[in-house]
Design a protein around this ligand. Sequence first.
Ligand SMILES: O=P(O)(O)OC[C@H]1O[C@H](OP(=O)(O)OP(=O)(O)O)[C@H](O)[C@@H]1O
Ligand SMILES: O=c1[nH]c(=O)c2nc[nH]c2[nH]1
Ligand SMILES: [Mg+2]
Length: 167
Amino acid sequence: MTDRLPHEKGFHISWDQIHRDSRALAWRLEQQGPGGGQWRAVVAITRGGLAPAMIIARELDIRVVDTISVKSYDNQTRAEAVVLKAPQAEIMGDDGEGILVIDDLVDTGKTLELVRKLFPKAHFATVYAKPLGRDMVDSFITEVSQDTWIFFPWDMALQYVEPYRGK
Ligand SMILES: O=P(O)(O)OC[C@H]1O[C@H](OP(=O)(O)OP(=O)(O)O)[C@H](O)[C@@H]1O
Ligand SMILES: O=c1[nH]c(=O)c2nc[nH]c2[nH]1
Ligand SMILES: [Mg+2]
C-alpha cells in the first residue's frame, strides 16, 4: 500500500547544519548509555542515518558501527517498510540493549516501528522529527511540521539562480 503525503513546505539542510545538529544530538546522548556509560555500538538506519551515525560515533568515540537497511519511500511516496539488510546478531544481542540506533529523521514513524520491534531495548535517536513519528523516537534535536519535506544535502546540488530583476 502507498499513500501520497502533501508537503507544502521545504526545509533545506546544508552539510554544515546537519553536522552541527548531529553533534548536538551526540552531546545529548553522551550520558545516556547503559548505566550512564558508553554505548556498545552505533547502528545506522541506511541510507539517511549513515552521515549522522558517523558524526555521532566520532563524537562519542564509538568504534563499533553497523547498519540496518530499511526502505520506506520512493521519492516522496511512502511504501511498506521492509528490512533489506540486518545488523550483525552478535552486536545486537537479544533485544538491542546498549545499542544506539540512528536515523536522519522520523516522519510517520513506520521505519522506527519496524526496527523497534526487532530491537525493543535499543535507544532510538534521530536528528529531525515530525509530529506523527515523535513518540517512536527516544531522542531528537529539531522538530518540523508534518507538511514539511526535509531536503538533505546529499539530495541537493548548488546551482545558478537568475538575478531577481533579470526575470
Ligand atoms: O518515519 P518514516 O515515515 O518511516 O520515514 C523516515 C524514513 O524515511 C527515510 O528513509 P527512506 O526509506 O526514504 O530511505 P533512505 O534513508 O535510503 O533515503 C528517512 O531516511 C527515514 O529512514
Ligand atoms: O529526504 C527526506 N525528507 C523527508 O522529509 C522525509 N520523510 C520521510 N522520508 C524523507 N526523506
Ligand atoms: Mg532512511
